[in-house]
Each structure stands twice: as structure tokens, then as C-alpha cells.
Design a protein. Sequence first.
Length: 87
Amino acid sequence: MRIVDRPDPETVLVSWSDPLSGHSAEETWRKGTAKRSGKCLLNGIHIRKGDPVYRRSTRNRIAHTSGMLAACSIEELLCNHLRPRFA
């Protein structure tokens, strides 16, 4: 998984691939509030209900439909100009 672009302050474009299925996609994720507790798909940190998160846009949900990215993780990556790639 890697961050490709940030078209505006509330949106990130994420590219991901699944080596098991050979599937890859680019998806739009929008900033919002966690509706339930969970884990960040980027780094596994705990997300509590009410925390700021990025969720897949409802128009392009392919997999991990309940997955979230912790907003603090995204902001930190963008501030440090990192482009991580996770398997």
C-alpha cells in the first residue's frame, strides 16, 4: 500500500496490490470519523471510535470495505514526504 497523491486536504489517493490474488487498484480515501474501533491498515495502530480516519470512498470500495487509515499516520507520512510501500 502506498500514498499516490493528495488532491485536497480531505482526500488521499492510495495504491495497493494483493500478491496472492494479483489484484491491484488505486482508490480514493476521504477523511472522516471512525464509527467503531479498529486497526489502521497502514501500520496496525489502534483506532478508537471517534478518532479521525480516512475511509474508502463509497464509489470505489473493492476490498477491506471496513478498513480505515489513521489520519495521524497519513499526516505524518505526508509531512515527512515518505512514500511507504507495504506488502
